[in-house]
Design a protein around this ligand. Structure first.
Ligand SMILES: [Zn+2]
Length: 84
């Protein structure tokens, strides 16, 4: 088999932020300050998605085209490899 072409494709899509589960902010657990009293912590903006609840994921896919016979362009095979 002969490798004829190779290129890298970038695919980006938007996914729900896993850090805050799409909420955009994190609510810390109330801290026990004694005698059954809890201090409520204020919600913090998620640092991963900066409050949007969504993150952009970029994946790189390497494509390689192999020709079985370099003289016959109809016989080829494409290989995809995930890089990220
Ligand atoms: Zn987030």
């Amino acid at each position: 088999m002969y490798q004829t072409h190779s290129s890298i494709i970038r695919v980006s899509n938007v996914q729900i932020c896993r850090n805050c589960k799409g909420e955009g902010y994190l609510t810390p657990k109330p801290v026990h300050i004694g005698h059954g009293n809890y201090e409520e912590k204020l919600a913090e903006e998620c640092r991963i998605c900066k409050g949007s609840g969504l993150v952009k994921v970029v994946k790189e896919i390497e494509t390689k085209i192999f020709a079985k016979d370099p003289k016959d362009e109809n016989q080829y095979r494409i290989k995809l490899k995930k890089r990220t």
